[in-house]
Design a protein around this ligand. Structure first.
Ligand code: SAH
Length: 297
């Protein structure tokens, strides 16, 4: 089956890769912060979370979208991963308009209500579409070049901020809808971080608020021709990936990226006092989830 691009990162298994080689390298989150200009420590329900802002010279995607916004074209945006063959992100997809968005994203925008927080907004495609629909949006990203690009493109409230620092930026503010799209939940990076993620969501979601996230079950990547799966259950969850991106001569730091299947996401959401509903399934193992707080939690 052909896979369409439903995440900024496509998953093409390294030829001949088997589960032994698909072990996710263990590396400390703090290594990333070594390359960041600023980072702070936030206490979320007694869980320590590292927050960060990218440096411009460590932000290849930001450079690519700044080029594209300025010149209408960009050079190759290259993606490296120990798990996958080298790949490219088509930069123009980061500038897609409503009509060009997959059904899952259109559905998310239709489902959004109230004040929307667009997390990891990048070039601002969803924020702009929501503004066109008359919605109030705050678009955040850790990439200064992305925030500048969003501001130039007309995003009214584009803020340079880490998701885990949004309440520091605007204390006490809550949001009716939090969107994380194009496999947006990926920024959480690791399964184990989902607990602090949900704890943080409890703080920033308004009463009756919702979290709209999309992701994919990437087990198809590990499927053999006979239908068996090359997944080693003794290693890290198969959706935990590591990526590194390069644009021209600028190479970013490696970073973790999470793909999560719906049953697992739903289970973890439930354990953290939320309810997850799958509100749309895509055509390639991808889905849109609406996550709300369980009323008695
Ligand atoms: N939502 C965008 C895709 C963005 S890619 C789209 O659909 O086109 C993921 C984005 O998340 C990147 O721009 C990255 O800089 C940003 N990001 C990563 N970690 C983040 C964090 N902790 N807080 C806010 N933004 C983050």
């Amino acid at each position: 089956m052909q896979k369409r691009q439903n995440s900024i990162f496509d998953c093409k298994k390294k030829r001949g890769a088997r589960c032994r080689q698909i072990t996710v390298r263990k590396w400390s989150f703090l290594i990333i912060t070594g390359g960041m200009s600023l980072f702070s420590i936030t206490f979320v329900s007694e869980i320590i979370t590292t927050t960060m802002i990218l440096q411009k010279d460590k932000d290849p995607m930001g450079l690519a979208i700044a080029d594209y916004a300025k010149n209408g074209s960009a050079e190759r945006l290259r993606v490296f991963s120990p798990q996958f063959e080298e790949d490219e992100i088509p930069v123009e997809t980061l500038f897609r308009e409503y009509e060009a968005m997959p059904d899952i994203e259109q559905k998310a925008l239709q489902t959004a209500h109230g004040h929307v927080l667009d997390v990891g907004a990048r070039a601002g495609c969803h924020a702009l579409a929501l503004q066109d629909m008359g919605m109030e949006v705050t678009a955040i990203d850790i990439s200064p070049l992305s925030v500048e690009t969003m501001q130039r493109r007309g995003v009214k409230n584009a803020v340079l901020c880490d998701l885990f620092d949004i309440s520091g930026h605007n204390p006490g503010k809550t949001y009716d809808t939090v969107i994380m799209l194009m496999n947006g939940i990926g920024i959480v990076g690791k399964i184990e971080k989902l607990h602090s993620f949900f704890a943080y969501m409890k703080q920033i979601l308004a009463p009756g608020g919702q979290l709209l996230v999309d992701s994919s079950d990437i087990r198809y990547v590990f499927e053999n021709e006979d239908g068996s799966l090359d997944i080693n259950l003794n290693t890290a969850y198969y959706g935990e990936m590591e990526y590194q991106i390069q644009y021209k001569h600028t190479k970013g730091e490696p970073f973790p990226w999470l793909y999560i299947d719906f049953p697992l996401l739903s289970n973890i959401a439930e354990n953290n006092g939320f309810i997850a509903d799958k509100i749309l399934e895509g055509d390639h193992y991808d889905y849109l989830a609406r996550i709300t707080l369980r009323t008695n939690s």
